[in-house]
Write a protein that binds this ligand. Structure first.
Ligand code: F0G
Length: 438
């Protein structure tokens, strides 16, 4: 039976306890499993065999790995057959980043278009086991889209708290379509997060942000599936965007568990990339290189056009720091111009992604130039959201109209170095032939 354990004071709680953080010290909780006989070759062969099985729980790229997931009867599992996302070779992106080769794992190919589905299937299943009838989250958009879909599947009411005017329309439209009650908060994501946590503590509404450790259990299967697809061969490095820091923490936990169970011997280097205007982990990491006394400081007004990761007070930073230590990690940050250009290059590989995902390639380019990543390294970058999530950003980039106002009120127009501008043509055959010739 798995249980809950505080990452700070190590207090333990039964897994059916409805808590989100430690009731003794307020630390973050892990779901932990007994180190039983399920390990090594046996574990790999059962998990590999399930890929060919027609059962829903085996087809799900999350529940296929259920021996290392919270208990659930198969009939209780709420799944949209998430996971099973491909590894794609990306030659143009590799060349742009300065690598000999680069692989993307595109989690935007999940049922609601982001990696959140991997954690939502385990989160909603736990909600159901606990008897919850309504769920809530604060979100920069993807969590709310995913939660709304899974809540609808489970027949639960869902409430999403979003920062007004700061989420991409694709994501908002999903939450509406899947039937969530959408509360636009006059504040930023960090305000919405604080409020939803308060409300979940005072009401029967079950909280499904990544502070909830059951969410992260689903997301850790990113590491399992990625390694399974590579025949359990460990890459040199995994590069992942960092916002609220749940995903990087989850991937690190997954890798750590595979090592504990003798499936892998070494961990790939975990590399987290943040946007420069929303970089509290990067700042902490730099301070931690100087002193062991470094303390986390939230950023009061986070900013980036990659709205998914516009977060100044990430909930899971202690778990992210732990993951960086386990996995010989590194943290980098990239500016708006670097994000926008990297996104356009990922598009040219015929892959595409939403802006937050593109920090991976922008970060790789920067770290290769700095000599931190070697050009011959075997790198897997995690793309987190689908290209259609934020079409405004993409069209503005290609039209040359992507811009923002910085903290000092200055208007900043981004350069569209890889623009693919469209041409206006009269509805006449000759004009079209001219345009094609030009
Ligand atoms: N990429 C995308 C597309 C995201 O939506 C998020 C987070 C991240 C990266 C960062 O992942 O928070 O685990 O470090 N989106 C959350 C949301 C915050 O509400 O949808 P993280």
């Amino acid at each position: 039976m798995p249980s809950l354990r505080c990452i700070d004071c190590h207090s333990e709680f039964p897994s059916a306890t409805r808590i989100y953080t430690c009731t003794n010290c307020a630390g973050l909780l892990d779901v932990v499993y007994e180190l039983d006989e399920f390990r090594g070759e046996r574990m790999m062969s059962i998990w590999d065999w399930r890929r060919a099985s027609p059962k829903a729980a085996d087809q799900s790229g999350v529940w296929r790995f259920r021996e290392l997931l919270p208990d659930a009867e198969e009939s209780e599992i709420i799944t949209l057959i998430e996971g099973n996302t491909q590894l794609w070779d990306a030659p143009r992106s590799a060349e742009y980043g300065g690598l000999e080769r680069l692989t993307f794992k595109h989690l935007g190919m999940n049922p609601t278009g982001s990696f959140k589905d991997l954690g939502m299937t385990t989160g909603i299943t736990q909600a159901k086991r606990l008897g919850a009838t309504s769920v809530a989250c604060a979100s920069t958009g993807n969590t709310s889209a995913s939660m709304a879909a899974y809540a609808a599947r489970a027949g639960m009411k869902s409430f999403v708290f979003i920062p007004a005017g700061q989420i991409a329309l694709g994501k908002l439209s999903q939450a509406l379509d899947y039937g969530a009650q959408v509360l636009q908060i006059d504040g930023d994501f960090d305000d919405a997060m604080r409020l939803v946590r308060e409300i979940a503590n005072e009401t029967p509404i079950y909280l499904l942000n990544s502070v909830n450790p059951f969410r992260l259990e689903g997301q850790k299967t990113i590491a399992f599936e990625l390694l399974q697809q590579r025949g359990w061969q460990v890459p040199d490095r995994i590069v992942v965007p960092g916002g609220n820091l749940g995903n990087s923490s989850a991937i690190a936990k997954g890798l750590h568990e595979l090592r504990e169970r003798g499936v892998i011997e070494t961990l790939p280097k975990l590399t987290i990339i943040q946007a420069e205007g929303a970089n509290p982990l990067y700042r902490l990491w730099q301070r931690a290189k100087q002193t062991s006394e470094a303390r986390f400081e939230a950023l009061p007004h986070a900013f980036t056009l990659a709205t998914a990761i516009k977060i100044g007070n990430p909930v899971s930073w202690p778990k992210a720091m732990r993951g960086l230590r386990w996995a010989n990690g590194e943290v980098e940050h990239v500016n708006e111009q670097e994000i926008a250009d990297a996104k356009a290059i990922i598009g040219r590989d015929g892959i595409g992604c939403e802006p937050a995902s593109a920090v991976t390639l922008a970060g790789i380019k920067k770290l290769v130039a700095a000599g931190t990543i070697q050009p011959g390294e075997d790198v897997v970058a995690i793309l987190t959201g689908h290209v259609l999530k934020d079409p405004d950003y993409t069209v503005n980039y290609h039209r040359g109209t992507l811009h923002y106002t910085d903290k000092s009120g200055q208007h900043i127009a981004l350069q569209s170095h890889y623009a693919n501008a469209f041409t206006q043509v009269p509805a006449e055959r000759s004009a079209i032939l001219n345009a094609l010739a030009g």
